[in-house]
Design a protein. Structure first.
Length: 633
C-alpha cells in the first residue's frame, strides 16, 4: 500500500502539505480534491518519483507498476492502435522477442504471452480507442495526423492499456466529450488496481471513488465514501458556522425559485421533479462549499424579446460537407437546452451557427432585433490579450464605468487587490476561464451559448457557475461533459446524431443507457465474422433479458395509460386556463358593468389553477413511478 508519514511538501516557500499522515490500500479508488494550486498534481509527481518530500516519509511497494497519462505525445508515424498498445510494456517486449526467438525459448514466450492475455491485446486496444471516440478507420492513422486533444486521448488509452497496480489520472475528462466520459467511467469501475484520481467532475467522482483525499490549508484529510458522502461529512464539520447557514439559505432559495416557477408547467414538470431531488441534497452541498471565494450572478439582460431565434430547415456544415441537416429550432427566453450526442456529430457546429459564426448552407434563420448573444467557445481563452490585466480587459468593454465598479464586479470572480492589475499571461487555465466568463457576463446577453465552459474550473467555481446559470433570466444552449452541470441547469436535451438534431426523450441517465446500447451494437457489428464473436450462451442470455424486460413493460401498460390520460387532462385544463387568462386580459372586463362577471372569472381561474396543480402533481408522481419501474426493467 501507499504510506505517507508526517509528510511535508513545499513549492518554494509555500507549504502545499504539512505533516500529512495517511495510507492508501490496494484496490481503493481515491478521488484527490481541493482548490486549484493546493498541490494535487505535486502529490502525483511525488508518487511517480519525479520529486522528493521536504520532510517525512513516503513508501510504495517496489514491485508495483505505475501508470499515468503522459502530457506530451510524439508526432510519430506509428498508428494510433500501436501507440495505445505500447501502454502494455511487457506485451511489446514479448512481441519483439518473438521475432527473433526459436526452439524452447519460443515456447516460453508464447506461454507468457498467453498468461498476460496478449493474444487479445490488439482487440482490447481497439475497444479502448473506440470507447474514447476513435472511429474504426481512424485507429490505423498515424499519431501525427491527430490534433492535440485527440493525442491526449491516445495518451489516456496508453495509460488504461497498461496492466498497472497503481493508476494516476490527473483530470482525465478535460479533453473528453460526454460520451467518452461515460465510457471511461464504466471502464474505471472495473479497474482492479489502486486508483488515484484528480477530477472536478462531481458525477465522475461519485460513480468511481471509494474514498476522497481532500487538501485544504496545507492539510490532507482522507474521507471514506464518494464525493457526495464527503460533502455531507465536511458539511457537518462546518454546520456551526453562521456563514454556512446564510449561504445555504441563499442557494436553497435559488433552487426553490426554479421549482416554484416551473412545476406548474407540464413541459417542465419532470425537470422540476429532478430539481426537487437536487434540492434535498442542496443543504449539505452548500455547507460543504461555504468557504468558496466565488459568488456571482448574471446581470439581467437589457431587453428580453418574447422569441429570440427561429431556425427552419437549416443545413449546416463546412464547404460542400453537410454535418447537420433539417434543423428546426425555436428559442424562447425561458429555454435551457443541453446539446448531447456522439463526438463529431455536430454539436459545436450547431452552436457556432447559432452564434452567427457559421453561415447555413441552406434554410431560414430569424433573429429578434434585440437579440444579444454571449458565446463561450471551446477556444475562448485564445481571444484573451495575455499582456493585459483583467481590469484592462473590462475597461476596454466599458470606458464609461467607474473603476471601483469594475473592481467590484471582478471581485465576484476572485480577482481582487493587485491581482486585477496583473497581466494574465502567467494565469492558470482556471483563472483565464473565470476572466472569459466575467467578460461574457458583463455584456448582459439574453442568449447564452456555452461550449464546454467548465474546462479548467474547480468544483467551487463549477458550483458557482451552476447557481448563476439557474438564475439567468435569458435563454441558454450548452455543450458540456459535466453531467452535474447539465442536470442542474438544463430543461431540455437536444440529441445531435446521424446528421439530425432532435429532442431527446429522457434524461442523462437514459442517454447513458442509450450510449451503452449503441456502443454494444457497434462492437457486435465489428465482430461479425471475426475472431471475437459473441458466445451463444451470452446471446441467449441477452435474449432472455430482453424477453423479461418486454414482459415487465407490458405489465406497466396500465400505468402508462394512466399517465397519458393525465397528460390529456392537463392539456385540456391548460387550454381552459389560456381562455380564462385571455378574458382577464381584456380591459373591458374591469368596467363596473362587468364587475360580477370579473368576480366569477377570478373564482373560476382560482379553482382551475388548483385543479391543474393537483393533476400535474399526480402526473409527476406517476411519471416518476413509471420511470423507476422501466429503468429497473
Amino acid at each position: 500500500m501507499l504510506v505517507f508519514s508526517d509528510l511535508t511538501l513545499r513549492r518554494g516557500s509555500k507549504a502545499l502539505l504539512e505533516s500529512a499522515s495517511f495510507s492508501i490500500h490496494p484496490g481503493q479508488n481515491v478521488g484527490v480534491t481541493g482548490a486549484n494550486g493546493v498541490g494535487k498534481s505535486t502529490l502525483f509527481a511525488l508518487i511517480r518519483g519525479e520529486l522528493h518530500q521536504d520532510t517525512g516519509n513516503f513508501s510504495i511497494p517496489p514491485s508495483w507498476v505505475i501508470a499515468h497519462v503522459q502530457q506530451e505525445t510524439p508526432a510519430t508515424d506509428q498508428s494510433a492502435l500501436h501507440y495505445a498498445l505500447e501502454g502494455d510494456a511487457e506485451y511489446v517486449s514479448l512481441r519483439q522477442q518473438l521475432e527473433h526467438a526459436d526452439g524452447a525459448h519460443l515456447g516460453e514466450l508464447h506461454a507468457r504471452l498467453d498468461a498476460i492475455d496478449g493474444y487479445t491485446a490488439e482487440s482490447r486496444a481497439a475497444t479502448l480507442l473506440h470507447g474514447l471516440g476513435f472511429k474504426p478507420d481512424q485507429i490505423h492513422n498515424p499519431v501525427s495526423s491527430f490534433s492535440g486533444g485527440w493525442r491526449m486521448r491516445l495518451n489516456l488509452a496508453q495509460a488504461l492499456m497498461c496492466r498497472s497496480d497503481l493508476l494516476l489520472l490527473d483530470e482525465p475528462t478535460n479533453h473528453l466529450d460526454l460520451d467518452a466520459v461515460i465510457w471511461v467511467q464504466d471502464w474505471l469501475k472495473n479497474y482492479r488496481g489502486t486508483l488515484l484520481l484528480i477530477s472536478h467532475d462531481r458525477e465522475f467522482l461519485d460513480a468511481i471513488c471509494t474514498n476522497i483525499a481532500h487538501i485544504e490549508h496545507s492539510r490532507l484529510t482522507l474521507y471514506t465514501g464518494n464525493y457526495s458522502t464527503f460533502e455531507i461529512t465536511r458539511a457537518e464539520k462546518l454546520a456551526q458556522q453562521q456563514s454556512a447557514y446564510e449561504k445555504q439559505k441563499r442557494e436553497r432559495e435559488h433552487m426553490q425559485k426554479y421549482v416554484d416557477r416551473f412545476r406548474a408547467q407540464a413541459t417542465k414538470a419532470r425537470q422540476a421533479q429532478s430539481r426537487l431531488k437536487a434540492l434535498e441534497r442542496m443543504e449539505v452541498i452548500s455547507a460543504a462549499h461555504v468557504d468558496s471565494p466565488f459568488t456571482f450572478k448574471f446581470r439581467d439582460p437589457e431587453k428580453l424579446p418574447d422569441r429570440l431565434l427561429h431556425v427552419r430547415e437549416a443545413r449546416l456544415g463546412y464547404a460542400d460537407k453537410t454535418i447537420v441537416d433539417k434543423v428546426e429550432l425555436q428559442i424562447f427566453p425561458s429555454d435551457r437546452i443541453g446539446l448531447i450526442g456522439p463526438n463529431g456529430a455536430g454539436k459545436s457546429t450547431l452552436i457556432k451557427f447559432l452564434a452567427g459564426q457559421l453561415p447555413a448552407q441552406a434554410g431560414e434563420s430569424w433573429q429578434a432585433p434585440d437579440l444579444k448573444i454571449g458565446y463561450f467557445a471551446q477556444h475562448q481563452l485564445e481571444q484573451l490579450k495575455v499582456d493585459q490585466s483583467p481590469l484592462q480587459h473590462l475597461r476596454d468593454m466599458d470606458k464609461q464605468a467607474r473603476e471601483q465598479d469594475l473592481r467590484n464586479f471582478l471581485g465576484g470572480f476572485a480577482f481582487q487587490g493587485t491581482r486585477v492589475e496583473e497581466a494574465i499571461a502567467p494565469f492558470s487555465g482556471g483563472e483565464k476561464v473565470r476572466l472569459a466568463l466575467a467578460l461574457l457576463i458583463y455584456r448582459r446577453p439574453n442568449l447564452l451559448l456555452l461550449d464546454e465552459p467548465t474546462n479548467h474550473l474547480d468544483l467551487d467555481m463549477r458550483l458557482a457557475l451552476s447557481m448563476a446559470l439557474q438564475e439567468f433570466k435569458g435563454a441558454m444552449v450548452i455543450v458540456s461533459h459535466d453531467r452535474h452541470m447539465l442536470k442542474t441547469v438544463t430543461d431540455k436535451l437536444l440529441l445531435v446524431d446521424s446528421g439530425k438534431a432532435t429532442e431527446f426523450d429522457g434524461d442523462l441517465d437514459d442517454y447513458a443507457a442509450w450510449l451503452q446500447n449503441r456502443f454494444r451494437k457497434e462492437e457486435d457489428e465489428s465482430c461479425q465474422g471475426g475472431s471475437r464473436n459473441v458466445p451463444t450462451h451470452t446471446a441467449e442470455g441477452r435474449k432472455d433479458q430482453r424477453r423479461e424486460a418486454a414482459e415487465k413493460r407490458k405489465q406497466l401498460q396500465p400505468l402508462k395509460k394512466k399517465i397519458e390520460k393525465l397528460e390529456q387532462e392537463m392539456n385540456k385544463l391548460q387550454q381552459q386556463q389560456a381562455t380564462l387568462e385571455a378574458q382577464l386580459a381584456d380591459p373591458d372586463i374591469y368596467s363596473d358593468a362587468n364587475r360580477h362577471k370579473l368576480k366569477q372569472l377570478v373564482l373560476d381561474k382560482s379553482n382551475l389553477d388548483a385543479k391543474l396543480e393537483a393533476v400535474e402533481m399526480e402526473w409527476m408522481e406517476r411519471s416518476e413511478e413509471y420511470d423507476t419501474a422501466i429503468s429497473d426493467a
